[in-house]
Design a protein around this ligand. Sequence first.
Ligand code: SF4
Ligand code: SF4
Length: 367
Amino acid sequence: MKQHLDRIADYSKVVIFGCGGVGSEVYKHLKCEVNNVFISICDNHKKGEEYFGIEVISPEDACARYPDALFIIGSELYCDEMISQLRDIGIDDDNILSDLTLTLKYLRTTARQYLQKVDYHITEHCNLKCASCNHFSNIAEEHFADINEFRSTFGRFAEIMGDKLEGLILLGGEPLLHQMINQFLVSARNLMPKGYITLYTNGMLLKQMPQGFWNACRHSDIVLSISVYPIRLDIAEISQIAGRQGVRLSFLVRESWFKDALDLEGKQDVLSSFSRCGQANGCSQLKNGRLFPCSVAAGIEHFNKAFSESLSPCEKDSLDVFSDISPQKVLEFLASPIPFCRFCNKDAIEIHPWKLTDCSIEEYLPR
Ligand code: SF4
Ligand code: SF4
């Protein structure tokens, strides 16, 4: 990727093709590492939607508008098809960057200059229960986060990171199940006056949320991000309510699903797992006064309890945020594999259509 970054610096315009997990990762990294480059995003299925404040256009439009740009392929899964498509619409091979394995390995193992966001679970359990949930909320017992623990852990972390922390994601489980959700929102904003704060929800409870919730969202400048699953959800009415309440909404369509397979014996190579992990260096989570690099290490207690397993994280799998740490130490920690990565089998990742859980261990094991 270092060579890639040098190559990108030769271009005044870059188009990221694909705005899924990989495309987003590429975007975030470019924003950190490359100056003075115009970035556009194109996608076959998300034309007109907005990502990172950029309107997504079609590959054809991107080709017409930016024929000399560098096109970066933002998908591991559909890489070959995307290259063919770009060639068919007239993009020269020299203007296509598709070496994603190396690119992603570099992105994940290089300390960022700032932390784009950190996650915090408001609840561990969920009212939807998707198969293979990588937060283990489908099998987690009911658990509500403690507001004082949130204030102390996130407050300390925000203080350490200062302007190196850009945002906070409040999620779960389903965070709207928490009776004190409003206090979390207001506290989050008090503790981080400037950054962005997003509340992730599956949206099922939104229509019945009381006025106080909408007031807290509006006053604290919280964006609601609705994960849209193939379930009945009145998006039009929810959008109307949010519009009336002056609360910003965004949507993330979740029709297909990554199954993160675990290796119960822990025999995987940690660097190999980490460098192929969609959560690595991008999905850190604060929990119990510690910073974990991912939801898997942070939530494995639920898996262990549900299936009587013992894939326990060790001290080195997380950072004690109350210890003597600096922003640099945090950013370096997040760019390094942890011992727990030996339990993640990235050769066995599967993509399947979304479905409800049957709470079997097979949802987390290779086929
Ligand atoms: S809605 Fe989200 S948190 Fe809940 S089970 Fe599904 S993936 Fe997990
Ligand atoms: S333990 Fe490592 S490989 Fe597994 S999800 Fe977390 S960061 Fe990724």
